[in-house]
Design a protein around this ligand. Structure first.
Ligand SMILES: NC(=O)c1ccc[n+]([C@@H]2O[C@H](COP(=O)([O-])OP(=O)(O)OC[C@H]3O[C@@H](n4cnc5c(N)ncnc54)[C@H](O)[C@@H]3O)[C@@H](O)[C@H]2O)c1
Length: 316
């Protein structure tokens, strides 16, 4: 059986599949040529990350497809229900990248609390001529320890973020209509484990009490953080969005940064991705990454292996 990993797959994933007799092709075929390629090579399974789109027209044009696999979480680039209605398996790797995304959130938070996003822009320009001036500009940083993080969405990534927060000495609040209570277990280097019980908070309480807010919810039809929500937040809050563009109103965010009610934001995802608004890109209080939350070597290896295991189970 033939598998096309159109957006790539880790070497250990390929090895696992080849051991079970699958042929894995890792050519990146352009979207317009994909249907032809799949039909010509009689591809049984198509693996994608977020770049390749698997819409109804592609599914209709490729009768050999038995499985569509998404290396990662969000399946917004796949017509999942339609594929399933055609008896095509649709799989993803829900938990493989949670820790990687959580660590990126903390990179934005630690960086934000100490102005790294701005210092890294200005040190190359003025570090030699205005060292003392820059030192003064960035001398009112804060510690995360002892502060409260409010997490919207307490699934895999929200809970991984909570573990890092607890490890950093923060108080954790979360808001998730589906998770009334949660037990978070932290594992340490020497085998010790410590469990923490947490309870759901209302959106209002979370907005009022959090010093930092991190979003970990799926894409929605409406903003979860819009003008009304920004108005309820603590003054000087830091916000991270590593969930999906469109869960946070970027215009309201810019207003809140300009009037000082939000101190900084860390963004990995954007409303107008892959062309984020210039106002967002140029803002001096935003820490920016180009949707790399899940993009660590460790996560890619776990994703490759998880996909391989599921494919072997479903197609062998
Ligand atoms: N930045 C990246 O590279 C990257 C990588 C992986 C996932 N993600 C995104 O992270 C998000 C979370 O992923 P996950 O694996 O934790 O998903 P998950 O399904 O495990 O958890 C999502 C949680 O959000 C809750 N939720 C839904 N709507 C809500 C709302 N309005 N308010 C509060 N809670 C709400 C759900 O009940 C669920 O518990 C997704 O949007 C995913 O696409 C981003």
């Amino acid at each position: 059986m033939k598998i096309l990993a159109n957006d790539g797959i880790s070497q250990n994933g390929i090895a696992e599949l080849e051991k079970s007799g699958f042929e894995v092709l890792t050519t990146t075929v352009a979207q317009e040529q994909l249907a032809n390629y799949i039909n010509e090579h009689k591809i049984d399974a198509l693996l994608v990350r977020s770049a390749t789109k698997v819409r109804k027209d592609l599914i209709d044009a490729c009768p050999t497809l038995k499985l569509i696999g998404r290396g990662g979480v969000g399946m917004d680039n796949i017509d999942v229900d339609y594929a399933k209605s055609k008896n095509i398996h649709v799989i993803n790797t829900p938990a493989a990248s949670s820790e990687s995304v959580a660590e990126l959130v903390f990179a934005h938070l630690f960086g934000g609390a100490r102005f790294l996003y701005d210092a890294n822009r200005n040190m190359p320009l003025e570090g030699d001529s205005n060292f003392k001036g820059l030192k003064k500009s960035y001398s009112k940083g804060t510690e995360l320890r002892g502060k409260t993080i409010g997490i919207f969405g307490f699934g895999n990534i929200g809970q991984a973020t909570a573990k890092l927060a607890i490890g950093a000495g923060m108080k954790v609040l979360y808001s998730d209509p589906e998770v009334e209570q949660a037990e978070i277990e932290l594992s340490f280097f020497d085998g010790q484990k410590v469990a923490f019980k947490l309870n759901n908070s209302s959106k209002t309480d979370l907005l009022k009490e959090a010093d930092y807010i991190s979003l970990h919810i799926p894409g929605q039809n409406n903003y979860v953080l819009g003008k009304a929500e920004f108005a309820q937040m603590k003054k000087g809050v830091g916000i991270v969005n590593a969930a999906r563009g469109g869960v946070l109103d970027e215009v309201a965010l810019i207003d809140a940064l300009e009037n000082g009610s939000v101190a900084f934001a860390g963004l990995d995802v954007y409303e107008s991705e892959p062309k984020p608004e210039i106002k967002i890109l140029m803002h001096s209080s935003i820490s920016l990454t180009p949707h790399i939350g899940a993009a660590t070597l460790e996560a890619q290896e776990r994703i490759g292996l998880e996909l391989a295991e599921q494919i072997i189970f479903l197609l062998k």
